[in-house]
Ligand binder design. Structure first.
Ligand code: NAP
Ligand code: SF4
Length: 676
């Protein structure tokens, strides 16, 4: 008997059957653009082996003008078809099924060749699109249908037509982007004509026995977005035109509402998909912030969908489904929805990976093969870096001793997990704790080893982390000054007016923590979160936007966040999530001040000045000053070992504290342990 009977139930599509209700949603990983087809195939084959019911590839452009960027992958030639066949063959050999997503970016294409229903530039691309004429529209339809036929030839089990997230087909649906007055615009029927025609022509091109998923924007989250009646009408027409399955799209990329970040509540939008259940007779998939089998099962049990799409969770763990089915759900590496190694990489022009699983998209090069000679690995520090070394070394057959002077594992992650909106870190630390309960790992918490304890080990790894930097500000020893550690560990009394010194990731997190007056977090309260960001039922308000806009709870404190650099505060936070942190603090009226000199801390607050000439002396009135001035490596033990001539590997924050983050620490730990 399984805990996930609905999730693991096959789905009969008539001409074919999916082995369970789990879809690996489309992700642009950048793998296809490497043209290393063995690498692409290995990525998908591992996930097929891991039990997922159906996978969707990253978006493939149907033609040059529709590519997300110049050179974006597609299926343009016979050679492309042969390359893609490498992938589909490996997936089928592993018992899986795979559909190719056809993505026409329209005005979102990062290219001067981009096309759209109307020549209106998008706020997220510098290129104004060219308005398509009648022939141009026909060419786009024909190219999409041809791409689908080629996908079939390449051995795919189906295609997904991308109709949401503000891409090309979505752009025809609303007046926000479609100002046409011909048969492709103006009336609702005309605006809906293109997606329906595309589905009809794709079905015609691929035949009846081929999966055709249509990704439908169910809540646009933009001004002048679709009404719910329009969404339902379109869903019916898409079904009639030949779609096999409807998938859920949430929000356009230009929406100013987070839809997949870690601070978005789990399953935050399944209520939207549920509204469509019963309106169509084909299966409906739901999506966004579903990252555990428990949540997925509950979504199905609540009647919100017939199938669950998860994407990033399959970067974190390729064997998500197999582990769930085998009663080993606690071993599933959790996707914490941080975007740090996946979407942030994509937007930075790098190949995706995963903070939690550095093997993601690097399967052919980073391998955890059984060790030729089992050895004793001593690891000091059970934060992200040290735990990763221990897990990978043990998996490879080594014997590990893992020390930490703290009574719990997780290191700095334990501070992240108390920040409102970062609750997923709790699951990450719990997973790490579970994974080091391994017969080959001897965990010694509350113990700091000395040099003599480490002499006999074959490999010594120092992952002792960081300590806060001393900013050397006059008055910092006063009773009104705290470090972020005092604040985040709890217990310290913080006044009503606070100045936060340092606006890196921890300064932002600490400010966010202090805007809340206790443990309450809207991430744990869906209604409060929807209110906070101004999300409405699309049945009540067009596009699902609350006319009054966001309605956040007021901050518990008056907070000023400061940095010495004169650049915009938060500029170096995550590419795809930094704006959310800035918007969250702005909604709480946190004052952000850059370009300052810290003159001194006095009982009344913090004295600052501006610029090299130390002009405009100003007192920031504050009851409490919190120091978040970065960190320095904790290298005492590494230095002591070196003095005794004992070789050791220094990783994580103990190696480089600047720009320290869990992504680098875990990657460094995994790559080191793969070499033992
Ligand atoms: P950080 O990102 O290096 O930021 C340190 C801050 O302190 C900067 O604002 C810096 O700005 C200031 N500072 C540096 N030296 C100073 C000095 N001597 N006196 C006064 N101010 C000084 O370090 P962090 O905030 O401690 O975060 C550590 C790492 O944890 C981050 O790099 C990040 O990777 C990770 N993290 C990320 C997030 C996130 O992205 N949300 C959250 C938490 C942690 P000025 O030099 O301009 O004053
Ligand atoms: Fe999930 Fe973060 Fe990994 Fe992306 S990098 S898959 S968001 S855990």
């Amino acid at each position: 008997m399984t805990d996930y009977p609905r999730l693991l139930e096959p789905l009969d599509l008539g001409f074919t059957t999916l082995r369970n209700r789990v879809l690996m949603g489309s992700m642009h990983t950048g793998l296809e653009e490497t043209k290393d087809w063995n690498r692409v195939a290995t990525f998908y084959a591992e996930r097929a082996e891991g039990g997922v019911g159906l996978m969707v590839t990253g978006g493939m452009s149907p033609n040059r003008e529709g590519g997300v960027f110049p050179g974006a992958a597609g299926l343009f030639s016979d050679a492309d078809i042969a390359n893609h066949r490498t992938v589909t063959d490996r997936v089928h050999d592993a018992g899986g099924k795979i559909a190719m997503q056809i993505l026409h970016a329209g005005r979102y294409a990062y290219s001067p060749e981009c096309v759209a229903p109307s020549p209106i530039k998008s706020p997220i691309s510098p290129f104004p699109p060219k308005e398509l004429d009648e022939d141009g529209i026909e060419k786009q339809i024909a190219d999409i249908a041809t791409a689908a036929a080629r996908a079939r030839e390449a051995g795919y089990d189906g295609v997904e037509v991308m109709g949401s997230e503000g891409y090309f087909l979505n752009q025809f649906l609303v007046e926000h982007t479609n100002k046409r007055t011909d048969r492709w615009g103006d009336s609702l029927e005309n605006r809906q004509r293109l997606p329906v025609e595309v589905v009809r022509r794709v079905r015609e091109a691929v035949g009846d026995d081929f999966i055709l998923i249509y990704r439908l924007s169910m809540i646009d989250l933009i001004p002048k977005g679709q009404t719910w009646d329009e969404v339902v009408a379109l869903a019916g027409k898409i079904e009639a035109a030949g779609a096999t399955i409807l998938n859920t799209g949430i929000g356009w990329h230009e929406a100013r509402i987070p839809t997949i970040a870690t601070s978005v509540p789990r399953r935050a939008f399944t209520w939207v998909t549920k509204k469509l259940m019963g309106e169509v007779s084909i299966p409906v998939i739901t999506s966004n912030r579903i990252n555990t089998p428990e949540v997925a099962e509950a979504v199905l049990a609540d009647g919100c969908a017939d199938m669950i799409s998860m994407a990033r969770p399959f970067l974190a763990d390729s064997h998500f489904v197999a582990k769930a089915a085998a009663g080993r759900a606690a071993e599933i590496a959790p996707c914490i929805a941080c975007n740090q190694a996946c979407l942030d990489h994509t937007f930075g022009g790098k190949i995706s990976s995963c903070l939690v699983n550095p093997r993601a998209c690097h399967e052919t090069e980073l391998r955890y093969d059984p060790a030729e000679t089992p050895r004793h690995v001593a690891v000091v520090g059970a934060g992200a870096a040290g735990v990763t070394v221990a897990m990978v070394a043990a998996e490879r057959g080594h014997r590990v001793t893992l020390w930490d002077k703290a009574e719990q594992i997780g290191g700095q992650l334990n501070m992240a997990k108390v920040i409102p909106g970062k609750e997923e870190f709790v699951g990450l630390v719990d997973w790490m704790a579970r994974m080091v309960e391994h017969p080959s790992i001897d965990v010694r918490l509350g113990t700091a080893p000395g040099v003599d304890d480490l002499r006999a080990a074959d490999e010594v790894v120092i992952a002792t982390g960081v300590s806060p930097r001393d900013p050397g500000i006059e008055g910092q020893d006063g009773p009104n000054v705290l470090s972020y550690i005092d604040v985040l560990r709890g217990g310290a009394e913080v006044g009503a007016r606070v100045a936060v010194i340092g606006a890196g990731g921890i300064g932002f997190d600490t400010a966010d923590f202090l805007t809340h007056d206790g443990g309450e977090s809207t991430t744990e309260d869906l209604d409060a979160w929807l209110r906070e960001w101004g999300v409405a039922d699309p049945e009540d308000h067009r596009g699902g936007l609350e006319p009054e806009g966001p309605r956040p709870e007021p901050s518990a404190r008056h907070i000023t966040l400061l940095q010495r650099k004169s650049e915009k505060l938060g500029k170096r936070l995550g590419k795809t999530t930094g704006w959310i942190h800035r918007a969250s603090l702005a909604m709480k009226d946190v004052q952000m001040v850059g370009g300052v000199n810290y003159e001194r801390i006095v009982p009344e607050g913090l004295e600052i000045s501006f610029g090299e000439a130390r002009e405009r002396p100003t007192l920031i009135e504050a009851d409490t000053i919190v120091l978040c001035a970065g960190q320095v490596p904790e290298r005492g033990l590494a230095d002591a070992l070196e003095a005794e001539g004992i070789a050791c590997h220094v990783i994580g924050g103990a190696d480089v504290a600047a720009e320290l983050d869990a992504k680098r620490a875990i990657d460094q730990g995994a790559r080191l342990a793969a070499t033992f």
